[in-house]
Design a protein. Structure first.
Length: 322
């Protein structure tokens, strides 16, 4: 080969290299590890958005799913297993899982779609610059608990005692519980905490509430509580207790729902994964707060409870169930 031919070959290789790299990228099968409490309908928003971005499970995407089914001690086991599998991204759906993965790896990117209090729980350094290998979205929003309690008080003028179901084993919930207490004092309301730490605790707290019969029920949602959402609402309906849920729980029958759109957050989490697949570093991606909120009023439940919802409240609803 003479020098002209050699130079031409080298030049051609240089020009073709970016195209070859892109072709290899297109052929790659990406692997996501998903750690959660249980499968949920809301996860569809994530995979639907991933599909729109060009990642289809069974084609160029493989998903390793691991669910604890209420056994939080399994999160460490799942984290270690996914690290051994060397997946491209780990998606965590609850704070205890995020903390387990954080202990297991500092290199594999981690994304959470709906963290409750990632800074307070010690998952990330800050919302603006999470650092390390973890990022995602948070349900945290100013005055969220105060807004829920205010809506309950508007709907039930004689409101006094409110039972609060919350997962005390999840460190991210501490902030929500504190905010609820502060808001209750301002509104002149009494909160009755009903703590759960696992699946077996729900029947116990149902028994307590059946005896005490509070004026209303507020639910602080996390993965464990969402898993038992249907049970919670069925109990409230049977015992004629007006309830306030996170709309993202996707359970009908509650009197009111107010909170961030979880489907919106899960869909936006897919864009984080896409950016990471394309080379972005998780620690450089700021954690986003919710921008879309929903207010839901169930007039059928209100009628069954003998309540008349004020027109001023109805006018602010995004969805009215009749």
């Amino acid at each position: 080969m003479d020098w002209r031919t050699l130079l031409g070959t080298l030049a051609g290789n240089v020009l073709l290299a970016p195209f070859a790299a892109r072709a290899q990228q297109a052929r790659k099968t990406w692997r996501i590890g998903l750690i959660g409490v249980a499968p949920s309908e809301i996860q569809r928003a994530f995979f639907q958005r991933l599909g729109e971005l060009g990642y289809v499970e069974g084609d160029n995407l493989t998903v390793e799913r691991r669910f604890s089914k209420g056994r939080a001690e399994r999160f460490s086991e799942f984290a270690a297993e996914l690290v051994r599998l060397n997946v491209d991204v780990i998606l965590v759906t609850t704070t205890p899982a995020a903390l387990a993965v954080k202990r297991a790896t500092t290199t594999i990117p981690v994304v959470f779609p709906t963290a409750i209090d990632p800074v307070g729980a010690g998952v990330v350094a800050s919302l603006g610059r999470p650092g390390a290998n973890i990022t995602g979205l948070t349900t945290e929003a100013p005055d969220l608990m105060a807004k829920r309690l205010q809506l309950l008080k508007e709907a039930i003028p004689r409101l006094s005692r409110i039972a609060v179901i919350w997962n005390a084993a999840n460190p991210a919930n501490a902030r929500s519980w504190t905010q609820a207490q502060v808001a209750a004092r301002t509104l002149g309301l009494i909160l009755q905490p009903q703590e759960v730490r696992g699946p077996l605790d729900f029947e116990r707290v149902f028994g307590v509430m059946a005896r005490e019969h509070p004026s209303a029920l507020l639910v602080i949602a996390d993965a464990l509580v969402i898993q038992h959402g249907r049970q919670i609402v069925d109990f409230a309906v049977r015992n004629r207790i007006p309830s306030m849920l996170d709309p993202g729980m996707g359970v009908t029958g509650a009197l009111l729902g107010y909170g961030p759109s979880l489907s919106d957050l899960w869909g936006r989490a897919a864009t984080y994964v896409d950016k990471i697949f394309k080379g972005a570093k998780p620690g450089d991606l700021p954690i986003e707060q919710p921008t879309k909120f929903e207010t839901i009023i169930n007039l059928r439940t209100a009628k069954a409870l003998g309540l008349t919802i004020p027109q001023s409240l109805l006018a602010r609803a995004d969805q009215i169930i009749e």
